[in-house]
Design a protein around this ligand. Structure first.
Ligand code: DP6
Length: 325
């Protein structure tokens, strides 16, 4: 009862920012992302009759505490689905997500865990069922089931049965690139989970955020279909700025940005003034991801690397969905 799966992380171009149900992880808005080849998690799940609790090893180190509990709680969902409540597992995960790059490893982590866990316990789920399950580990992970561009449809039901990701366009549809800009200084982190909760509960800007999503989604899907880079990039950049604006109006207010974050944002806008189409997006942390076209790779990397406070620039192409090893 053992299986290994690999999943890549994804970067949201239209952000998921807010839950309507915290236990089931049901979002207040639909979101859309690009899966990236450069960052992935490989996970082996091995269910064994002699175990009395789960074991979780991350990069060969045993994990306990909150991270262990999230993994074990997620395995509970799989056990219940399979009707094998008393069967525990060893979980070995390896992260090829440079943590410094500021990519949440929870997206690739829960996607790989869902795929390996369900296969190991003997279930055969299609991608939609797998995405719906993965969502309950971490919302953004629901999109990592698919390669290329994927949309997580928020759904409307209270049981979550219609909240899962669907493919929008495969990785080979369009070769656009993402540079992860790594910054030297770190700030005290408000987790995405805590940050979105505070924003939903207290930010007067939140309703504006929600109202603006359907149009952003409609337009970015058109732009992706027609491979309109400037339209795709400008919608993504504006959507990111809107999400971060909601945090400034929360109570207490907060921001994920620091000075270097803003320096990178300004540099990207200056690149555009010089005729290089490049656009930024930022998740729940200070690091910036920059979208650009393959022909501008040299110039974009060089420009980003020379910004004071930037320690590394990691380049990535569109990546594939879940795979079994
Ligand atoms: C800003 O998926 O990490 O990256 O569902 O609570 O696990 P949970 O949150 P998570 O939130 C990601 C938020 C984001 C935007 C996005 O990826 O869409």
């Amino acid at each position: 009862m053992k299986a290994t799966a690999k999943a890549h992380t994804n970067i949201a171009l239209i952000k998921y920012w807010g839950k309507r149900d915290e236990a089931l992880i049901l979002p207040t808005n639909s979101s859309l992302s690009l899966t990236l080849d450069g960052f992935f998690t490989t996970t082996t799940v091995d269910f064994q009759a002699n175990l009395t609790r789960d074991q979780f090893m991350l990069d060969d180190e045993p994990v306990e505490g909150e991270s262990y509990q999230r993994v074990s709680n997620f395995l509970d969902i799989i056990r219940t689905m399979a009707g094998k409540e008393n069967l525990y597992a060893t979980v070995h995960s390896k992260n090829d997500v440079p943590t410094a790059a500021g990519f949440a490893s929870s997206a690739s982590g829960f996607a790989a865990l869902a795929a390996a866990g369900t296969k190991a316990i003997g279930m055969q789920l299609d991608n939609q069922e797998l995405s719906r399950l993965t969502r309950q580990g971490s919302g953004s992970a629901s999109r990592s089931i698919y390669g290329g561009f994927a949309e997580w449809e928020m759904g409307g039901k209270t049981d979550g049965s219609d909240s899962f990701a669907v493919p929008v366009a495969p990785a080979q549809h369009w070769d656009i690139r993402v540079a992860a800009v790594v910054l030297s200084s770190t700030v005290k982190k408000v987790s995405s989970r805590a940050g979105m909760k505070r924003t939903v509960e207290t930010s007067p800007f939140y309703s504006g955020w929600i109202d603006s999503i359907p149009k952003d989604l409609r337009e970015i899907k058109d732009a992706i279909k027609t491979k309109d880079f400037e339209k795709t990039g400008s919608i993504a950049e504006a959507n990111c700025l809107k999400m971060h604006a909601t945090t400034l109006a929360a109570n207490p207010p907060f921001t994920y940005w620091h000075d270097t974050t803003m320096r990178v944002m300004q540099t990207v806008q200056e690149m555009r003034e010089k005729g290089i189409p490049a656009y930024f997006t930022i998740d729940a942390g200070p690091n910036v991801k920059v979208l650009y076209l393959p022909e501008d790779e040299g110039k974009v990397k060089e420009t980003l690397r020379t910004i004071p406070g930037v320690t590394d620039v990691i380049l990535s192409k569109p990546g594939q969905g879940i795979s079994y090893l």
